[in-house]
Design a protein around this ligand. Structure first.
Ligand SMILES: O=P(O)(O)OC[C@H]1O[C@H](OP(=O)(O)OP(=O)(O)O)[C@H](O)[C@@H]1O
Ligand SMILES: Nc1nc2[nH]cnc2c(=O)[nH]1
Length: 182
């Protein structure tokens, strides 16, 4: 964990790449798209802790149709800016069997996290798998999964805010920032 001063210094040197207003408008648009596509299917919505907590918290009240909610917890980055082996902290449960499942995540980067979640959800017998990511990083490399619903595209830089951390800090910011390029 970094100190409050280190967190402030990182923010001071960072570049804002998406404003809070753009974030809010994007979540609203996504809610409409998700409702139009899955609103009749009584989905089980799974939020991927911890990064998706803010996205989920803003999106769920805008979904005006019946759904069930649960969370899963998988982490590949920890406090680092490079992904590593996926650590499952809370696996999807048997309650996915037979359900239309919608997974919510904050960012699709290399795609390994979401691909592993898809494989596990389908292995547990979900009727279908859908995923909504607030942001999709343009990596320039092929990804093992594409999202069904995408909020914004992000440049190939390490970003934080709106649920995403930088060395554990700043998940609470309403806008999105990219760390200073070294
Ligand atoms: O597409 P990928 O390259 O696999 O990366 C995407 C994942 O990385 C982040 O999680 P992280 O591992 O940082 O855990 P956290 O949400 O708890 O910070 C994010 O929330 C996604 O789940
Ligand atoms: N906070 C954060 N988490 C990530 N997980 C994958 N890519 C990123 C990123 O750019 N920022």
């Amino acid at each position: 964990m970094i100190s409050a001063q280190e967190a402030l210094d990182i923010l001071d040197g960072a570049e804002q790449i998406c404003t809070a207003e753009e974030v809010t408008a994007t979540v609203k648009r996504m809610a409409g798209e998700i409702g139009a596509s899955l609103g009749e299917s009584h989905p089980l919505v799974l939020s991927v802790m911890g990064g998706a907590v803010v996205f989920s918290g803003q999106l769920l009240p805008l979904l005006n149709f019946p759904l069930d909610f649960d969370y899963i917890h998988a982490s590949r980055y920890g406090n680092e800016t490079q992904g590593n082996t996926l650590q499952w902290k809370v696996m999807p449960k048997e309650n996915v069997a037979g359900r239309v499942v919608l997974v919510l995540d904050d960012i699709l980067d290399e795609g390994h996290t979401l691909a592993a979640i898809r494989d596990k959800v389908l292995e547990l017998g979900a009727r279908s798998f859908h995923c909504a990511v607030f942001s999709d990083k343009v990596t320039g490399r092929p990804k093992p999964i594409q999202a069904d619903f995408i909020g914004i595209s992000l440049p190939n830089r390490y970003v934080f805010g709106f649920g995403m951390d930088v060395r554990g800090a700043w998940r609470n910011l309403p806008a999105i920032y990219a760390v200073k390029e070294s």
